[in-house]
Design a protein around this ligand. Structure first.
Ligand code: XLS
Ligand code: NI
Ligand code: NI
Length: 434
């Protein structure tokens, strides 16, 4: 037990009229939405790194936050875990996520880091026996330490590849042991700073082999969860190999892993890649690789990954609409890969950041569900493509050749007439709900 959150009550649903700051207005875990409990739709997770390991630094200044668990001893790591589970309980979040480096102090050797890690994983495991919070995903931090400055799997030094593989093995084993539902790979430094010193083809092959080993290990240990890649176009590297959903899909196809690996899509990363969040979700769903989301936005003026909690219901509603269309989450969920601002010093700031974000997502889900149930948007979409439902159109697509189609165009004497795309009408429809 810590006294860090003293005086902060467990957050309950009090409804939209409540003026209690420490209450949910919209997130009501047991409320049914399209036949499923809201908690089971949204599957919220809190991120260990931003909430408990980040000191408040930015490129121009260091630590602003003062936390009793800052320090690199095992005692600090245990206090950090205590505080983390206290926050999970206050919020009632069903899940959390972590990197190895978030939860354990770095040792003087690989073996010592591993011992530290396994000890804290056991400690977390014991906490999970008495608390309902489960593990959404585990991952390895293969980007902070200077040994990873030129990449992990894509490093020019085979020993860094080896170190990374051994680290991922430990993190996958721990995720499995804690009953994690997914394992995430985000390749922060799997990219390059300059092509002048980079063999792009070789690095990509190294990353492909690495991922094949990850999938192989998953089957070896009998891990039932989903392996997820988290696309991001750049930052920290100039160019990251898992740029966006389309790039990741091409990569998976290349290495024969498109049925083994899905994606964890982050709102801010989608925007950095020049897409919208809903575009990335819709594309992943259409390719059969939609897995999970990181629900954190960037500041639209700053132009970098500011990892802020979501604050816009209409924007998030677009995302949840696509998730509902995709049939909802399976093993995935909504991870707040988000941090408070460096001036948000108070323990209450950390709690209320999550409370607000959970309410934004709940409202967005409800709006998306209302529109989805209404069905008008889906009917309009189906109607737009109705011509493709005729046997002749289907046959053309399945077995047509340019020759047969050309003959048919001449014999039928067709003259296609343009039809309205009805965009504004659909936008008006959308705005009745969100
Ligand atoms: C960084 C990423 C990172 C991953 C996990 O931009 O979002 O936080 O989610 O390594
Ligand atoms: Ni992320
Ligand atoms: Ni990110």
């Amino acid at each position: 037990m810590t006294d860090f959150f003293d005086g902060i009550p467990a957050i309950c649903h009090e409804g939209p009229e409540s003026d209690n700051e420490f209450a949910f207005r919209h997130y009501n875990p047991d409320e049914m939405v399209m036949g499923r409990r809201m908690e089971d739709h949204l599957r919220f997770a809190a991120a260990w790194w931003h909430s408990f390991a980040w000191p408040g630094g930015d490129p121009f200044g260091g630590q602003t936050l003062d936390r009793p668990w800052f320090g690199d001893t095992m005692d600090h790591a245990r206090i950090k875990a205590d505080a983390a589970f206290e926050m999970f309980a206050i919020l009632g979040v069903p899940f959390f996520c972590f990197h190895d480096a978030d939860i354990r102090p770095e040792g003087r050797s690989f073996a010592e880091s591993l011992r530290n890690f396994e000890e804290i994983v056991d400690y977390i495991g014991r906490k999970m026996e008495t608390q309902r919070t489960r593990l959404l995903w585990g991952t390895a931090n293969l980007f902070s330490h200077r040994r990873f400055m030129a990449g992990a799997a894509t490093n020019p030094d085979p020993d860094v590849f080896a170190w990374s593989a051994a680290t991922v093995k430990a993190c996958m084993d721990a995720t499995h042991r804690l009953g994690g539902q997914n394992y995430v790979l985000w390749g922060g430094r799997e990219g390059y700073e300059t092509l002048l010193n980079t063999d792009l083809g070789r690095e990509r092959r190294q990353a492909g082999r690495f991922l094949q080993m990850v999938v192989d290990h998953k089957h070896r240990i009998g891990f039932q969860g989903t392996i997820l890649i988290e696309p991001k176009p750049q930052e920290p590297s100039k160019h990251q190999y898992d740029y966006d959903v389309a790039t990741v899909y091409g990569f998976l196809k290349d290495f024969g892993l498109e049925h083994e690996v899905k994606v964890n899509i982050e709102q801010g990363h989608a925007i950095l890649a020049g897409h919208s969040f809903e575009h990335e979700i819709a594309l992943a769903a259409s390719l059969g690789i939609f897995g999970s989301i990181d629900m954190n936005r960037n500041d639209y003026q700053s132009g970098w990954d500011t990892d802020q909690f979501p604050d816009s219901v209409p924007e998030m509603a677009r995302a949840y609409y696509e998730i509902l269309r995709a049939g909802g989450f399976a093993t995935g969920g909504t991870n707040f890969d988000a941090k408070i601002r460096r001036q948000s010093l108070d323990p209450a700031d950390l709690i209320l950041a999550h409370v607000g974000a959970m309410d934004v997502c709940a409202r967005a889900l409800k709006a998306a569900a209302a529109l989805f149930r209404d069905g008008a948007l889906e009917r309009a979409r189906a109607e737009r493509y109705a011509g493709w439902e005729t046997p002749a159109a289907k046959a053309m697509l399945d077995t047509g050749t340019l020759e047969s189609i050309s003959a048919s165009v001449l014999s039928r004497g067709i003259d296609p007439q343009p039809r309205s795309g009805r965009q504004e009408r659909l936008e008006n429809l959308w705005n009745r709900f969100a």
